[in-house]
Design a protein around this ligand. Structure first.
Ligand SMILES: NC(=O)C[C@H](N)C(=O)O
Length: 480
């Protein structure tokens, strides 16, 4: 009985299909994009947006309405307001928000198929036009937009960038769905500094204004995560193929155009991997597929960026290459030592950005490449130690004009070795849960992290991370 009732109920609660115009019209406030796509001729509809231009002519006002729904080739909707119906619109200024009721009708104008005739125009909020950073026809640049993070999505340039970012996120999820990965949400609060680099933000007690009492995070030291990797490995031991796409935090006092204190990182972990080459193949396949999708889906955004002279000089490599050169740390050191600037490079030193740039630009001729098998002592404790006992099975991927785009490794899955390593570092107690993965039959896994903002730099040719994240947090900067 109950079963029948449920079935009947389910049937009735499924929304009935409506024509696409009616469905979107009734469920969400209508957008200009939908007006262009669905052309609801002669129906009275309501639109909300900003006015970008107001021109008074003999018989009509012409208003350019913008609501952020259009891609960049279609700019805005031109609204025609006959003077006899709207004798004066003096309260409307550039940038003000309005609600317009009107109708789309076929146009007599030879250059225009349709026009939108306003029946009623309501001012929602006026705009403090003299202080508004986006003046009519102003020439916005990435630098000027950066000064108004909270308003910059009113500009077409920022819109192009953040549409592209949204597509990137979507394409990443799509890729992993297709490859049958499970998405995991790793925690932002953690007790372990996974990278061991000491760049963690510690959660500090604070005095509550209302109670005046100190508040602790349950009497333990807790940090904002620098990487979800350790937690992701536990998930790889459960599901096999997993990924996470989360914010990560690094207390890096670096003010450079490559560094953020909060950045988004895609992290991937795959069980059953025992060869570094395989991990690199997976990484390249991901980059190629996702870059290809973004390139295909965002052609309008790319065109718009080009009008601002922003072009992805090295995107071709991501789209077309199935392989990238792979050199060992030792080979990279030899290249550096042959150069005039770096001939004194010491054994077991880490590469700086200057080293990476030299290797990429001069040695590799602006070709992206991998550096593999770093000395064990330069890298975090979790990496698989190679047979030579002195290097680890890891990679850094170096991209022209950016430097390190990603890092990854096979993980040390052998219980005895790993316990010894943790004991030596005196971190066994803190990481008992992580060691347990090996204690209870852990699988060999490998994975990598890819910083979303740097990936966006590679995809767009934009040369500052602060332009590809809406609210950048970096050294001494946390504004809006
Ligand atoms: N998941 C990873 O391999 C990323 C690595 N832990 C990093 O933070 O660079």
């Amino acid at each position: 009985m109950l079963h029948c009732f449920l079935l009947r109920h389910l049937r009735y609660s499924t929304p009935k299909p409506l024509s696409s115009f009616r469905r979107s019209h009734s469920l969400y406030p209508l957008t200009i994009r939908e007006i262009f796509e669905q052309k609801p001729l002669n129906q009275s509809v309501n639109l909300t947006g900003y006015l970008l231009n107001i021109r008074k002519q003999k018989t009509h006002y012409f208003l350019d309405l913008f609501d952020g729904s259009l891609t960049n080739n279609q700019k805005h909707l031109q609204v025609v307001a006959p003077l006899n119906a709207h004798p004066s619109l003096p309260h409307l200024t550039y940038g003000c928000s309005v609600n317009i009721q009107g109708k789309l009708i076929p146009s007599d104008h030879p250059k225009q198929e349709y026009e939108f005739i306003a029946e009623q125009i309501k001012l929602i909020n006026s705009c403090d036009a003299s202080n508004y950073p986006f003046k009519p026809k102003s020439n916005e640049t990435l630098v000027t937009l950066r000064q108004d993070e909270h308003l910059r999505l009113r500009s077409k340039l920022s819109q192009a960038i953040f549409r592209l970012r949204s597509q990137l996120m979507y394409s990443i999820h799509e890729y992993f769905q297709e490859q049958r990965f499970i998405q995991i949400q790793t925690p932002c609060l953690t007790r372990n500094d996974c990278e061991g680099g000491g760049e963690t933000f510690r959660i500090q007690p604070y005095k509550s204004r209302t109670t005046g009492k100190d508040k602790e995070y349950f009497d333990t030291q807790v940090y904002l995560t620098v990487s979800g990797q350790l937690h992701l490995e536990t998930a790889a031991n459960g599901f096999g193929r997993v990924y996470t796409l989360n914010p990560t935090f690094r207390a890096d006092k670096n003010f450079s155009r490559f560094h953020l204190a909060e950045f988004w990182m895609l992290e991937v972990e795959v069980a059953g991997l025992t060869q570094l080459d395989k991990l690199l193949d997976i990484y390249v396949h991901l980059l190629r597929t996702v870059a290809g999708q973004v390139h295909k889906k965002c052609s309008e955004e790319y065109k718009h960026l080009l009008t601002h002279n922003i072009q992805p000089k090295y995107l071709e490599q991501l789209l077309n290459q199935t392989e990238f050169p792979r050199i060992t740390y030792q080979q990279a050191v030899e290249y550096l030592r042959k150069s005039a600037d770096f001939h004194q490079f010491s054994d077991n030193d880490d590469f700086t950005r200057a080293h990476e740039h030299y290797l990429c630009e001069t040695v590799m001729n602006n070709q992206a490449f991998f550096i593999i098998n770093y000395p064990k002592k330069l890298k975090p404790f979790y990496m698989l130690v190679n047979e030579d006992e002195s290097t680890v099975a890891n990679f850094d991927f170096i991209f022209p004009s950016i430097g390190e785009l990603s890092g990854g490794s096979l993980r040390e899955h052998r219980y005895e070795q790993f316990k010894l390593c943790l004991d030596e570092l005196d971190i066994t107690r803190d990481l008992q849960w992580y060691l347990d993965l090996r204690r209870f039959g852990g699988l060999p896994t490998g994975g990598f992290g890819l910083g979303i903002e740097r990936f966006l730099m590679a995809l767009t040719g934009i040369d500052n991370v602060r332009d590809v994240i809406l609210f950048p947090r970096y050294y001494r900067h946390c504004d809006a």
